[in-house]
Design a protein around this ligand. Structure first.
Ligand SMILES: Nc1nc2c(ncn2[C@@H]2O[C@H](COP(=O)(O)OP(=O)(O)OP(=O)(O)O)[C@@H](O)[C@H]2O)c(=O)[nH]1
Ligand SMILES: [Mg+2]
Length: 328
């Protein structure tokens, strides 16, 4: 019954049926077991599909940028998927009101699929669901998938590990960069957007970013693009030297960089680590869900050692102490 259901939904997704896409993502969001089957049945990953994350401090302009980027990509005839991730929203198909209203302009465009996603609160659940939703939108035939996070925190950071290119949006407003740095998102940037370039202090913000990049040289140096988003209120045409075109070029260059050997290996390693983390989180959840059975299982085992307490504690302590944030 279940297998049939999954098969049916996958066929719908592949045929471009938007209701099937919506249904599949709802199952993913609810962490329904059918979701795993659906993802399992999807064709192999489409390497040409670009998966771009947009993150940054609250109010910095992520949603406005997503909206302008959608318009830009539409001028190129692309099919675009958007996932707005809100870790604080517990409800299914969660609509982030402001964002929904802003993106309503695309609601009637059959080539744009926008979806908000919340979480049921399981550890690591959101990045796993995002990863699966990305796979579904890819199979639906999106050329580009934009993943926007709402707010800055560990869950948002986790979600950014599921994308290929991370765009960190910042602004000259005091505190934006500090807040982003505190949350650890500056380090994961592949491209920087300094938005609100109409505000004073933009040159200083760019200079600070350049200095930061100077002291942490990496194989890929994140380009910095300045934008003034209200300029695009009713804009549908973009000049080749438009900042949005520059941003898109930077994303494409990064996408190409990811195909090189060195970058591929680093990325592969990171992703393996991320998968392991998600699997461990899931195991932890399963242990909690079947506490009694698990306890009984442990009790019924034949343990050769009498030092079980020391050994268990030692393992747990070593493990936990390595990853606990240091308090000074
Ligand atoms: N002055 C100026 N204001 C801007 C610019 N870009 C966006 N804004 C305004 O900044 C406000 C926040 O923009 P959003 O796009 O909602 O920001 P966000 O990062 O999505 O916000 P959250 O989803 O709440 O984290 C809105 O009132 C925008 O109109 C800009 O380039 N210059
Ligand atoms: Mg937003």
């Amino acid at each position: 019954m279940r297998a049939e259901n999954a098969e049916h939904i996958v066929r719908g997704v592949m045929a471009g049926d938007r209701r099937a896409v919506a249904r599949a993502i709802t199952l993913v969001e609810n962490e329904d077991p059918v979701a795993d089957e659906i993802v399992h049945r999807l064709p192999p990953q489409n390497v040409n599909c670009k998966v771009v994350g947009l993150t940054g401090s609250p109010g910095v302009g992520k949603s406005t940028l997503t909206d302008v980027l959608i318009r830009y990509l539409r001028t190129m005839g692309q099919r675009v998927g958007v996932i707005a991730v809100d870790p604080s929203s517990p409800f299914t198909g969660g609509a982030i009101l402001g964002d929904r209203i802003r993106m309503n302009a695309h609601a009637l465009d059959p080539e744009v699929f926008i979806r908000s996603m919340g979480t049921r609160g399981s550890l690591g659940g959101l990045s796993r669901s995002t990863r699966q939703a990305i796979r579904i939108l890819e199979a639906y035939g999106c050329d580009t998938i934009l993943v926007e996070t709402v707010g800055v925190g560990q869950s948002e950071l986790d979600v950014m590990y599921t994308v290929q290119t991370v765009v960190v949006v910042t602004s000259p407003a005091a505190g934006d960069q500090i807040q982003a740095a505190k949350a650890g998102i500056m380090e994961i940037a592949d491209v920087f957007v300094v938005n609100k370039a109409d505000l004073p202090g933009v040159q200083r913000t760019v200079m600070e970013l350049e200095q930061m990049l100077d002291v942490s040289p990496k194989a890929w140096r994140p380009p910095i693009v300045q934008t003034i988003l209200p300029n695009y209120q009713n804009e549908t045409g973009f000049a080749p030297d438009d900042p949005i075109a520059k941003l898109w070029n930077a994303i494409c260059e990064h996408h190409a960089f990811l195909q090189t050997d060195a970058a591929f290996e680093i990325r592969q390693n990171k992703q393996t680590g991320e998968w392991m983390y998600l699997l461990i989180s899931q195991l932890e959840k399963q242990i909690r869900q079947s506490q009694d059975k698990f306890r009984r299982y442990l009790q019924e085992q034949q343990w050769e050692t009498k030092d079980y307490e020391d050994i268990t504690k030692q393992i747990a302590k070593t493990f936990v102490s390595q990853f606990q944030p240091k308090t000074t």
